[in-house]
Design a binder for this molecule. Structure first.
Ligand code: PEP
Ligand code: MG
Length: 410
């Protein structure tokens, strides 16, 4: 069987916010094709790998990705011609060598990741196996769950909404092994929460944020938890769900203070608020509860009562994860491919996390595409959860629907 890469093609497409992103098609062997559409974040961590944008204000507000395309066509494609597409570690090593910078700023993490993941998808086609099976051939990661929980972001704030709500994500996590049941619970509670918001605040408060959750213009950071829990109770589903938060605290941290809800809080006050929230609601996890450099503050919340998740803190980076493990900062980690920029490094981070008993939450970005690769990634390695927004927008639903399809094939 010939397994060599024959062609790599790059295209500029638009993501769910109407912002340019890159789509890569890798062709290997006879005619095995893999396509990956790269996502893009809004509340990005300072230490993420660099997403290369053109910076030409005359074209798409400087957000075009033509330079990244050029890097694929002129540098990456010739270097990977005839490379064994099933050798993911070799492909990613070559990509890192071609770039040569610590944060992938020469070629762009968007260009590099596109090729890395599209290669894995082409390899699965070539082997005639589902993507998750090919991923399992690449690495062993200690699984956490047979089927990941769904982290559904039903109320959006922070940088994903134009509202007074400072906390970024209010997530519903159905407590079931069944993806079908989890989705059913998710949509029922979403519709009931919408009804409650409309009744109390009026219909414009049910407009959607970037991840398909409601974006009510309210300042009280506890109110969305009230709404979701009341919706669950109204349906008799309160024992079937837990709630999670992605505070994304860096986005409202300035001059040593957390500025939200019309007040300015210090770390102590914020920690007290989290303890109150955990006493009042069935909280499963808290993501980025403090700003992205505060490993010690994360550790203070990480007392075993709630899963403390690093996202901007750890940016899927093995070196930052190592630090978080040493400082006992987290018990969960967000896994986002484009924060680090290659599939191999992403898997390395997942492996390291699981070896330290840290839960992996495989996540979409707020700027998404039709791509469903993360569902295969989450399932392949038995991730704790798949986080893909609200079940209301296609770019979010394709990931949940892919997980449903995979589970149906078992
Ligand atoms: C997140 O912060 O977890 C997230 C998905 O948002 P973004 O993609 O904007 O970083
Ligand atoms: Mg986050």
């Amino acid at each position: 069987m010939t397994t060599g890469i024959r062609k790599i093609e790059a295209k500029e497409i638009l993501d769910s916010r109407g912002v340019p992103t890159i789509s890569i098609e890798v062709t290997a062997g006879e005619n095995s094709k893999g396509i990956f559409d790269v996502p893009s974040g809004a509340s990005t961590g300072a230490h993420e790998a660099l997403e290369l944008r053109d910076g030409d204000p005359a074209r798409l507000n400087g957000r075009g990705v033509l330079k990244a395309l050029q890097n694929v066509n002129e540098i990456i494609a010739p270097a990977l011609l005839n490379f064994d597409v099933t050798d993911q570690a070799g492909i990613d090593k070559r990509l890192l060598e071609l770039d040569g910078t610590p944060n992938k700023s020469k070629l762009g993490a968007n260009a590099i990741l596109g090729v890395s993941v599209a290669s894995a998808k082409a390899a699965a086609v070539l082997k005639n196996v589902p993507v998750y099976m090919h991923l399992r051939d690449l690495a062993d990661v200690s699984p956490s769950r047979k089927v990941p929980y769904l982290f559904m972001n039903l109320i959006n704030g922070g940088l994903h909404a134009h509202s007074k709500l400072a906390f970024q994500e209010y997530l519903l996590v159905p407590q079931t092994e069944s993806v079908e049941e989890a989705l059913r619970i998710g949509v029922q509670i979403m519709h009931e929460a919408g009804r409650l918001i409309k009744e109390k605040y009026g219909p414009t408060f049910t407009n959607f944020g970037d991840e398909g959750g409601f974006a009510p213009d309210i300042a009280d950071v506890k109110e969305p938890l009230n709404i979701l829990f009341t919706a669950a109770k109204n349906l008799g589903l309160q024992d079937k769900i837990k709630l999670s938060l992605d505070v994304a605290a860096t986005s409202f941290f300035k001059d040593g203070k957390y500025n939200f809800g019309g007040r300015s809080s210090n770390t102590e006050e914020l920690l007290n608020l989290y303890h109150e929230i955990c006493a009042q609601f069935p909280m499963l996890s808290m993501e980025d509860p403090f700003m992205e450099e505060s490993f010690e503050d994360f550790a203070r919340l990480n007392d075993g009562k709630v899963i403390v998740i690093g996202d901007d803190l750890t940016v899927t980076n093995p070196a930052l994860l190592k630090k978080a493990i040493e400082m006992k900062s987290i018990s969960g980690i967000i896994i986002k491919l484009n924060q680090i920029g290659t599939l191999t490094e992403t898997i390395e981070t997942m492996k390291m996390a699981r070896a330290a008993n840290i839960e992996c939450v495989v996540s979409h970005r707020s700027g998404e595409t039709k791509d469903d690769f993360i569902a295969d990634l989450a399932f392949a390695y038995g991730a704790f959860a798949l986080k893909s927004g609200a079940p209301s927008k296609t770019e979010r639903l394709v990931k949940y629907n892919r997980l449903l399809e995979i589970v149906g094939q078992q």
